[in-house]
Ligand binder design. Structure first.
Ligand SMILES: C[S@@+](CC[C@H](N)C(=O)[O-])C[C@H]1O[C@@H](n2cnc3c(N)ncnc32)[C@H](O)[C@@H]1O
Length: 344
């Protein structure tokens, strides 16, 4: 082989790796199709002219046609006759009622889409080490969510999704001897609902930001559990309600850098008192987990909130700074890690 052929095949091999990951046009086109609910609008019809689909989606027919033609070239939707489009199997995955909930995840008007758009600020994050969210959307992550009810509703829905996953976390701890659990940053009470349902003798306190706690009150009331729960709409950087034996932090600490994570742990340690426990539940980043998924999540947390994924040793170190030691570590079947912390 000549030197020139050698170079060409090297470049072809390199391009096979680089080519598919440099395209931003197709990923955006899929998100626009999802945001416009094109699959829903085509449901039940073998094929639909682009003008009619534009009318139903409130879009420009020429622009919509160009979008769909690209997607057809990428295997999403078909064009059985020029200017007429149909749903195929990949496009059917974008139906709102599909159990995978992919459409909701990709919707640019919802939380999933906003998370993706935050990555337009990745260069800022890498240059500064700071989250991109504020630079892209004009307000820090939690302030932005508090001010955007539609986005925060879709955030709640994403946090609440996956019944098996919630049960996996709830069952990961032995609640049998516990009388009062405090879920700190407990969102809309999805985990508490699972724990209270399974342990009728248990009482709970839900701590989260005021609007979220109100949504939690409604969520637990709808399940007949609100009377067994107290509600504290406050910041977890402030002193926490006392009286719990276990203070749970599920998917909270990974939202924060080390200094803030230690401050939150300290608040839990103070409120738990000398004999109480602090139970941290996070995604397992240990051996055997998916390294690409973990690397992505670690970058994602930095871009969104300035948080990070941590190893058991990382948790041991921040717990120690808050005056806590690791009393037990458990890995669950669905990939949670549960760290029981007690006063040193
Ligand atoms: C990633 S969510 C996890 C929610 C829930 N623990 C779960 O696993 O589904 C983090 C939670 O922290 C709450 N949060 C953020 N900042 C907070 C603060 N300063 N004080 C109290 N809660 C806060 C958010 O409202 C959100 O519900």
């Amino acid at each position: 082989m000549s030197g020139e052929q050698d170079n060409t095949s090297q470049w072809a091999r390199a391009w096979q790796v680089l080519g598919p990951v440099t395209d931003l046009v197709t990923p955006m086109a899929v998100r626009v199709a999802a945001s416009l609910r094109l699959t829903d609008l085509m449901a039940g019809e073998p094929a639909i002219p682009v003008e009619e689909l534009a009318r139903r989606s409130g879009t420009d027919p020429d622009a919509l046609g160009r979008l769909l033609r690209l997607l057809v070239c990428r295997g999403i939707f078909t064009e059985p006759e020029p200017g007429t489009f149909a749903v195929n199997e990949p496009a059917a995955l974008l139906a709102s009622d599909h159990p995978a909930q992919l459409r909701q995840r990709l919707d640019l008007d919802g939380f999933g889409g906003r998370m993706d758009l935050a990555f337009t600020g990745l260069l800022h994050t890498v240059r500064t080490g700071k989250p991109a969210w504020e630079a892209v959307f004009g307000a820090p992550y939690w302030d932005y969510l508090a001010a955007e009810p539609q986005v925060s509703a879709s955030f709640d829905a994403m946090m609440a999704s996956g019944d098996d996953y919630v049960a996996d976390a709830a069952e990961a701890y032995d609640w049998s001897g516990v009388r009062h659990v405090v879920d700190v940053g407990g969102g809309t009470g999805v985990l508490l609902s699972e724990i209270l349902r399974a342990h009728p003798g248990l009482r709970a306190t839900l701590v989260d930001l005021p609007d979220t706690v109100e949504r939690g009150r409604r969520y637990l009331a709808g399940r007949g559990l609100a009377e067994r729960c107290a509600f504290a709409g406050q910041s977890f950087f402030e002193p926490l309600p006392a009286g719990g034996e276990v203070y749970v932090l599920k998917r909270v600490l990974h939202d924060w850098g080390d200094d803030d994570a230690v401050r939150i742990l300290r608040r839990c340690a103070e409120a738990a008192g000398p004999h109480g426990k602090v139970v941290v539940i996070e995604t397992d980043s240990g051996l055997g987990s998916d390294p690409a998924g973990l690397a992505e999540m670690n970058l994602r947390m930095l871009v969104l909130t300035g948080g990070r994924e941590r190893t058991v040793d990382d948790y041991r170190a921040i717990a120690a700074e808050a005056g806590l030691g690791l009393a037990g570590v458990r890995h669950t079947p669905l990939g949670h890690i549960v760290l029981e912390c007690a006063h040193l």
